[in-house]
Design a protein around this ligand. Structure first.
Ligand SMILES: [Zn+2]
Ligand SMILES: [Zn+2]
Length: 349
């Protein structure tokens, strides 16, 4: 076994404590990664607090992982010691079902193996990136291009791919009008990516508070959804709406903003059901959809796209001792726009 330092929560309430966890010895296709940075995603909080179902403790969250390969298994062909790599929300899947074969491992029919709080094929409970080392099969590792620093690379592994995949799937491109609902960790990436894809980008946020930020991130327009005029003015205008908000919204109001054949895709996941008026779909042949992260191949494509277009998330780097505080700030929406843990501080008092 390989021992790693980690920050774990021992109950839904926390706090985080320094501990050690065991990583498996390298199988022939495994790589050992020395983690340099790990992003903090809202999902870490939902999962660790048991809001998405029961979990085991201690739990080490973190599925936005960037680091360096320090050891490779005997049959590894894709990576070598010293390579800059990333790991996102999943570390394995069956690799045999139709979806895995198509490269959409996130939709593996047997369920993908989550980077943390899942049981892997070796029967071990997975632990995530708030730790110094992780062992992952090479097929679930991606290469971080030279043009992207490791600290900003980390959030691309979840926030980046979660927004890139639906933008690509529903064809964000020049001539297309894309709206992004919510300007948090996911939303700010959606704006940057949709802008780089050439779409005309509108941010829909509750208040006018983030207007300046939005425009600077690449949005062309900004509207406050607390202003009821917004919904009248923008009715029937968007080809694609990416909803990054995980709170309950009046989804019919947002559907009414779609043009003919437009799609509203949810990447945020509210715990409560949403009630959709089918009439708002029928009216303009609209679609209401969902999307979850992206496959490994597409994650690599996203990283290469970000390097080519010089896209990086806006981050605030914190030390391991600040995780609890950072979580509170995420819950209070007091982050612009992603916290990233400097893993070199993992064992510091
Ligand atoms: Zn995430
Ligand atoms: Zn599968």
């Amino acid at each position: 076994m390989i021992t790693a330092n980690a920050r774990a929560t021992f109950s839904p309430e926390g706090p985080f404590k320094l501990t050690t966890i065991e990583r498996r010895e390298l199988e022939p296709h495994d790589v050992l990664i020395e983690i340099k940075y790990a992003g903090i995603c809202h999902s870490d909080i939902h999962t660790a607090r048991g809001e998405w179902g029961p979990v085991n403790y201690p739990l080490v969250p973190g599925h936005e992982i960037a680091g360096i390969v320090t050891q490779v298994g005997s049959e590894v062909t894709k990576y070598a010691v010293g390579d800059r790599v990333g790991v996102g929300c999943m570390v394995d899947s069956c690799r045999e079902c139709d979806n895995c074969r198509k490269g959409v491992e996130q939709y593996c029919l047997g369920g993908n193996t989550g980077t943390y709080a899942a049981v892997d094929r070796y029967g071990q409970y997975t632990q995530g990136g708030y730790s110094t080392h992780i062992v992952v099969t090479e097929d679930f590792v991606v290469r971080i291009p030279d043009g992207i620093e490791l600290d900003v690379a980390a959030p691309l592994l979840c926030a980046g791919i979660t927004t890139y995949s639906p933008l690509r799937h529903w064809g964000a491109a020049p001539g297309k009008k894309v709206a992004v609902v919510g300007l948090g960790g996911l939303g700010h990436m959606a704006v940057k990516l949709a802008h780089a894809m050439g779409a005309e980008v509108t941010v829909l946020s509750q208040t006018l508070k983030k207007k300046e930020d939005s425009l600077w991130l690449g949005a062309d327009h900004y509207y406050a959804t607390s202003d009821s005029e917004t919904f009248k003015k923008l009715a029937g205008s968007f080809d694609l709406i990416v909803n990054t908000v995980s709170a309950k919204l009046d989804i019919n109001a947002y559907l009414s903003l779609l043009a003919v054949d437009g799609t509203l895709v949810n990447v945020g996941a509210p715990a409560e059901p949403l009630s959709v008026q089918v009439f708002s779909l029928i009216m303009h042949r609209r679609s209401f959809a969902g999307s979850m992260i992206g496959g490994i191949r597409e994650t690599q494509e996203m990283l290469d796209f970000c390097a080519e277009h010089r896209i990086a998330p806006e981050i605030e780097v914190i030390s391991a001792n600040q995780i609890d505080e950072a979580w509170e700030r995420v819950l209070a929406s007091d982050v612009r726009y992603r916290f990233v843990i400097d893993i070199s501080t993992m064992a510091s008092e």
